[in-house]
Design a protein around this ligand. Sequence first.
Ligand code: KG4
Ligand code: ZN
Length: 336
Amino acid sequence: MIILGIESSCDETGVAVLRDGKIVVDLISSQITVHGRFGGVVPEYASRMQLEAIGHLTEQACREAHIRLQDVDGIAVTIGPGLIGSVLVGLNFAKGIAYAIDKPLIGVDHVQAHLFSPMIEFPDMHFPYVGLVVSGGHTELYTVKDFREIELKGKTVDDAAGEAYDKVSKSLGLGYPGGPVIDNISMQSRIQKKIKFPMALMIKDNYNFSFSGIKTAVIRHIKKIEQPLKQEDTALIALSFQEAVQNVLVKKTIALAEQTGINSIAVSGGVAANSRLRQLFDEYRKSFNVYIPRTGLCTDNGSMIAFLGYQLYRLGRVSNINIDGYANNTRIPEGT
Ligand code: KG4
Ligand code: ZN
């Protein structure tokens, strides 16, 4: 079965072709250089550039997969959450294809697509697992029993972890996106000491997260020291910030796994590309099966949409052609 996956929720256009749940082609068109100039994603630009990229990318994906559009058995597309202008570009494009070739449309929730995406790279992985989705828009912890049964156990009460990375990076003058650059600086740094940023992050007794406190503390700290920042000051701040954020993410995930007795953990979303997060999870591999896919599957991509679309299709959960997109609430796509 061939599924075309279309992702356009933010500033990346992803188109993938999967055959029986396995990636045949995965293409991505990123707008980072455009938004980088503004220090963050400009929604109006994002949707316009989605529109420019999506047709070419789909053509290219079919060409590289050696298929015609008519060979596709179903079109999976992100229906939210995301920037609504961007979401609607992909959704309307997918509806057009589904209508033209008379094949089912499968609406996919972006966060859920991240949540199941480790299964693409690790097909032997099985349910149940504890899933951490950590990206620029989301920081959420789930228990996952199967494709229809997921339970949200905790989430950020303010900023997403990736959002905090991007804001701290901007304050340090390091540009957008902040995750990779802060990660690089921290990992190259030989500094041993750390600034103790508030661990109020660690909201006790539940699985929620909070990242706005540390973000504000970092910004206050930057204002107090001599400008322009010296290289070693930047490195010390980046390292201390990264250490605090990643430790909380890992500790809460492990705590949920221990409390539920679930011994598999899957991590996904853009921040799952982080080197320190991977190092910290490595320390738990003796007690848990830890699944963190390669970077390209962690950040936004069309394959994860096609993969969950394929699973939903097999469960008979296809969408009505007039399904709506949504900006920010997570919900399971309704079947028709
Ligand atoms: O999943 P994603 O591509 O888009 C959203 O759905 O948000 O995640 C993008 C986020 C950005 O905030 C970016 O700074 C962060 O992922 N990110 C990282 C790393 N690579 C990307 N954060 C920490 N460390 C990284 N290596
Ligand atoms: Zn994402």
